[in-house]
Design a protein around this ligand. Structure first.
Ligand SMILES: CC(C)(COP(=O)(O)OP(=O)(O)OC[C@H]1O[C@@H](n2cnc3c(N)ncnc32)[C@H](O)[C@@H]1OP(=O)(O)O)[C@@H](O)C(=O)NCCC(=O)NCCS
Length: 173
């Protein structure tokens, strides 16, 4: 099976309403809000498509901050005491037809590559990637913990990953 990644802007003939990752909010965002959010500058939407143009998964990128009070002390030493500017992975899902095959690693990898590009090209400055899970969604939280994300100090639904961790993973300077 082959796949490719495309921005929502450059995708045609993809039926967003058919996407079902088992999470109603993630499904509904794609169907009802993704195009408007893309057009109005709230988020960038990226699709993972199969060779025959079926929607395997998607994620969004946006901007956010990580409040300083949520950052464990070891990540705050020797730097200005400002909130961390961050990129936000706002939505993330793999269609249930393709779940359990390791494809989430490819989706995460594609998000990391774009985030690293934004950082290394010197266009935007940020220190972290933030994700927010829904209340009591322990599975989503476990998923991000597995990817190496660090829980906020107080808000248990949010996690972050230092951008340097991503650059190291991708072996970028
Ligand atoms: C979470 C999700 C993206 C995983 O996709 P997937 O293609 O089934 O995952 P993979 O097959 O790539 O598995 C990746 C790893 O995550 C683990 N994993 C998969 N689903 C998981 C879940 N729901 N919770 C915790 N861990 C999970 C797998 O065991 C695997 O770990 P391993 O490599 O050590 O075996 C998918 O279940 C999904 O879309 N869920 C609904 C939306 C959602 O919860 N989004 C994420 C949070 S915002």
């Amino acid at each position: 099976m082959g796949w490719r990644f495309l921005s929502l802007r450059s995708s045609t003939d993809v039926n967003l309403a058919l996407f079902n990752c088992g999470n109603n909010n993630v499904n509904a965002f794609l169907k009802d809000s993704a195009t408007t959010c893309e057009d109005e500058g709230f988020s960038r939407v990226f699709l993972m498509l199969s060779d025959d143009n079926k929607l395997i998964g998607y994620y969004t990128l946006g901007n956010a901050v990580v409040p300083l009070a949520e950052v464990p002390n070891k990540y705050r030493r020797g730097i200005p005491q400002f909130p961390f500017p961050a990129m936000l992975i706002g939505q993330f899902g793999i269609d249930i037809k393709w779940q359990g095959k390791g494809l989430s690693y490819l989706l995460v990898g594609n998000a990391y590559t774009r985030i690293a590009q934004a950082y290394t090209q010197g266009i935007s400055a940020f220190r972290a990637v933030r994700v927010d899970t829904q209340e009591n969604d322990d599975e989503a939280r476990r998923f991000w913990l597995k990817q190496g994300f660090i829980p906020f100090k107080k808000s248990t639904n949010s996690l972050f990953l230092p951008v340097m961790t991503i650059l190291k993973e991708l072996e970028l300077p």
